[in-house]
Design a protein around this ligand. Structure first.
Ligand SMILES: O=P(O)(O)OC[C@@H](O)[C@@H](O)c1c[nH]c2ccccc12
Length: 261
């Protein structure tokens, strides 16, 4: 349960010599009644952990694909509470860790303490809150700590060495290394310095480092996992799921398995 199941899932993959693959999906895109089968599909395709987005009206870091998915979910009436209730309903039959990705506003509205309690009751193992600054994250992190839920921190390309050291120290489960300056979405090419950047982050921490933002092809997965322990893929997975393209989802996820064998 909680952060331990994240650690275990990652270790199992790395011990085999594979890399981790974390697909992001928007909760309630396609209807909340689809969530269970979407998670099962991704787990069966070989995902290590699921990053589950909570729809929010003002998603500042989301690119067009994720924004559109969020809109579809909001239109169908999805809320944080409904997502947690739904996760609780099929908690026992899941065997893949779940990380919620939510902006800070819904957490404050819900109440950080109640949020952490309900996350535990729903079998949520970790949480990512991209818009909470390091200096102001105590309110959330203390509540999560009591329930042994991992608080996953993001490092950006512009994080200073000083901040990077703090992020590396505080992150739990894994460190989310953002690959581009900008918003989420499909990219064709990463900056020339990205390899050095990821290598530098790897040198700062013993915790697993996963790269995310703009990863959309097996080639990207292979390119980035040469420098880190895994990838996070959002927009491309959201698109493929929306199209019902299970075959390409499978190919993309499996590309992390054969990355370095
Ligand atoms: O969509 P991309 O480019 O593959 O990026 C991952 C991403 O979608 C997911 O992790 C995410 C969705 N919204 C976010 C907001 C901030 C940080 C991360 C995210």
């Amino acid at each position: 349960m909680g952060k331990f199941s994240i650690d275990t899932a990652i270790q199992r993959v790395l011990d085999k010599g594979d890399k981790a693959f974390v697909p992001y999906i928007m909760a309630g895109d396609g209807g909340l009644d689809q969530l269970e089968s979407q998670i099962r599909l991704l787990a069966n395709a070989g995902a290590t952990i699921i990053e589950l987005g909570i729809p929010f009206s003002d998603p500042v870091a989301d690119g067009p694909t994720i924004q559109a998915a969020g809109q579809r979910a909001l239109t169908s009436g999805v809320t944080l509470k409904k997502v947690l209730d739904e996760l609780k309903r099929f908690k026992e039959s899941r065997d893949i860790p779940i990380v919620l990705m939510t902006y800070i506003n819904p957490v404050f509205t819900y109440g950080p303490k109640r949020f952490a309690e309900d996350c535990e009751a729903s079998g949520v193992d970790g949480v990512i809150v991209p818009d909470v600054p390091l200096e102001e994250s105590d309110l959330v992190s203390n509540a999560l700590k009591e329930h042994e839920i991992a608080f996953i921190r993001l490092a950006t390309l512009t994080s200073t060495p000083d901040r990077l050291a703090k992020i590396a120290e505080q992150t739990e489960g894994f460190l989310y290394a953002v690959t581009i300056n900008g918003i989420t979405g499909v990219q064709n090419r990463f900056g020339d310095q990205l390899g050095n950047h990821l290598t530098n982050i790897k040198q700062q921490t013993d915790k697993p480092v996963f790269a995310g933002f703009g990863v959309s092809s097996p080639e990207h997965v292979r390119e980035l996992t040469a420098y880190c322990d895994g990838v996070i893929v959002g927009s491309k997975i959201v698109d493929l799921l929306h199209q019902g393209n299970e075959e390409e989802i499978q190919t993309l996820i499996q590309s992390a398995k054969t990355a370095h064998v």
